[in-house]
Structure formats: structure tokens, C-alpha cells
Write a protein that binds this ligand. Sequence first.
Ligand code: PRP
Ligand code: URA
Length: 206
Amino acid sequence: MSTTIINHPLIKNKLTIVRNKNTDSKLFRETINEIAGLMCYEATKDLKTTTVDLETPLAKTTGEALATDIVIVPILRAGLGMTDAIHMLIPHAKIGHIGLYRDETTFEPAKYYTKLPVVKDATVILLDPMLATGGSVKASYDILKDAGATDIRFLGIVGSPDGVTYIEAVCPDMPIYLAAVDEKLNDNKYIVPGLGDAGDRLFGTK
Ligand code: PRP
Ligand code: URA
């Protein structure tokens, strides 16, 4: 599976807004959500549809409906910032949650919460704006695989070269969609230039 960088002018413009350290929490939250909605269009373009019968006010006809169940899974906390826009576009989707935080010294993800609907036979859209070392995405992928998921796609916003290389290697059946792959990780495993701590900026915790 390969990584797709969604190079759309609207996304590039919005990425500039969220990268700016002077963007306040309200605009940051709104813009992260808007980017997620735009990216969802690309990340779902191969979803299967099935033919359904219906009647318009004028005639009988057929239409197409999504053929698989959709499960949206934000990685807490920052993935929550991408969830509403995608749920608005796919309102019948179910939502699972995976709670992880990155240990500040080892940078390893620590699990604190998992609540998933049935994921077997569903298309799972895994969300986290930041793909830094990739530890959080790998831990989430493992949780979803253990729960029976077979169709998982990861939707992030900014990735690091190391994180992308790692996830491509250890989650070979999971497509990755990002708005940008940045230059590097710093000594604290933050993406540079990145956009800072996404969870803190979304929820005003710093
Ligand atoms: C951040 C971010 C990702 C993770 C990325 O979460 O939202 O989940 O770090 O880093 P990784 O690729 O090296 O695992 P954090 O642990 O800060 O938790 P938060 O979202 O609750 O702030
Ligand atoms: N988590 C973030 O929120 N930002 C980074 O750059 C890395 C991890």
C-alpha cells in the first residue's frame, strides 16, 4: 500500500492556517475539521456502492448506496478534531474510540481506552492529525486488527518521513492519506516544521 499526499489548493491553504502559531484554538479546530472533510473525499473514492431501487417524485429509478458499513475511529485526543466533518459526510457511520497518549520520555504509546463497534466487514477510517514516530498509529492498527478489521485506512494531516516509512512497513495493507510529509522529527519526536501539539491546540490545554 502506498501513501497518498493530497495536494489540493484548498488543503494547502488550510494547512498554512493550522501551521501558524498565531492561529487561535477556535480557528485551529474549525480548520482541522475542514481539512479532514476535504481529505475524506479522496480517501473514500474507492468505496464500493450497491444499486438500490427508489422513486423520485416523477418516476421509478435506481440509485447507488454505500455497500459497506463505515466505522470512524479517532485516536484520542487529537483524532477527535477530525471526526465531526467526516461524520457529517457519512452520517450513518459508527464511531469507535482508541485512547492513547505518548509517554514523554520513551515516546511509546500508552493505551488507556478502547471502545469499538463491530469492525469486521466494515471500512474503518482511522484518524489522527499527526503521524510522528508512527507508534500511535501502529498500536491502533493492532487493536483494530485484533478486533477483526480487514479494511483499515489511515487519514492524517501531517506526517514525518520516519513515521511514514515505519507505517508503510508494519501496516502494509493500510493505505495512508496525508496533507503533507514534513522535513523531520526533532529530539522530542515532534514533527518539524509541523504544527505543534495538535491535542493541546485543539483543546486549549497549553
Ligand atoms: C499525539 C498525536 C498522535 C501522537 C503522534 O498524541 O495526536 O496521537 O502524538 O505521535 P507518534 O506518531 O509518535 O505516536 P498525544 O500522545 O500527544 O496525545 P493527545 O492527542 O491526547 O494530545
Ligand atoms: N504529536 C503532536 O501533536 N505533534 C507532533 O508534532 C508530534 C506528536
